[in-house]
Design a protein around this ligand. Structure first.
Ligand code: ATP
Length: 233
């Protein structure tokens, strides 16, 4: 569904991605690595917010390397950014409806999509009239995911969804992500490798803008290097 080949990207003279390749097919993929490794930058190149110096990005059989962001979004890429970027003074319902904008969906599709999102996150139905800014951190993260799903994406990208959440909420959120990968491709960047490996089918380790290791979740979980560096054993 998504194929990145030899992606190079820089901010001015600072080279951040050094020829990175990654594939997301069906199922879910984790991208793990320390702060500053280039995870968010990679997401921004997938969205077209950071241009590639060289390399290629193919999404859903289309070369999108030079296409503008809004076109990529319309093709079915939806991102839950690290900063939640909800509208705190709008209700849960209003935040969700905004998620369906700039998508090929018509107004008539919104009620059904909303029902699907409410079925995934019943708490959002309960709180539909509440101002987003007054939700708990975990509920806000669920709203951010729900809003991204309102676009009916083919690929859902989550940038460190566990950040700042307490462990029980992370566990709950990742259980939901695990079910979701049946219907949508998922790419998760995370520092919480232990929880992520429960959910993803395969993973990549990124360090200094390079993929240094990749494999399916079981392989990574039993890899001594991964255990030492990321699983705290
Ligand atoms: P984090 O988990 O902290 O977000 P990350 O793996 O997502 O880490 P990036 O945010 O992609 O890493 O950052 C990669 C490198 O690019 C870092 O050295 C960072 O300082 C640098 N960088 C990120 N954004 C910019 C920017 N807008 N201008 C200049 N340098 C940047």
């Amino acid at each position: 569904m998504l194929s990145i080949k030899n992606a190079k990207a820089a901010y001015g003279k600072i080279q951040v991605l050094h020829g990175l390749s990654l594939d997301v097919g069906r199922g879910s993929v984790g991208l793990f690595g320390p702060n500053g490794a280039g995870k968010t930058t990679l997401i921004n190149t997938i969205l077209g917010l950071v241009p590639l110096q060289s390399g290629k990005i193919v999404f859903d059989f289309k070369d999108v390397t030079t296409r503008p962001t809004h076109e990529r979004v319309r093709l079915g890429i939806s991102v839950v950014p690290q900063e939640r970027e909800l509208f705190p003074w709008l209700s849960v319902y209003e935040n969700l409806v905004i998620g369906a904008e700039n998508t090929p969906l018509g107004r008539d599709d919104i009620p059904q999509t909303l029902e699907e999102v409410y079925a995934i996150f019943p708490i959002l139905r309960e709180r539909h009239g509440q101002l987003a800014g007054t939700l708990s951190g975990g509920q806000q993260r669920m709203l951010a995911v729900g809003r991204a799903l309102m676009a009916r994406p083919k690929l859902l990208i989550l940038d460190e969804p566990s950040l700042g959440l307490q462990p029980s909420i992370v566990h709950e959120l990742f259980n939901i992500l695990k079910e979701m990968k049946e219907r949508v491709g998922v790419l998760i960047t995370e520092q919480n490798v232990r929880e992520s490996l429960r959910v993803v089918d395969k993973g990549y380790i990124i360090e200094n803008g390079r993929i240094v290791l990749s494999g399916n979740a079981d392989e990574l979980a039993s890899n001594p290097e991964v255990e030492k560096a990321y699983l705290g054993l």
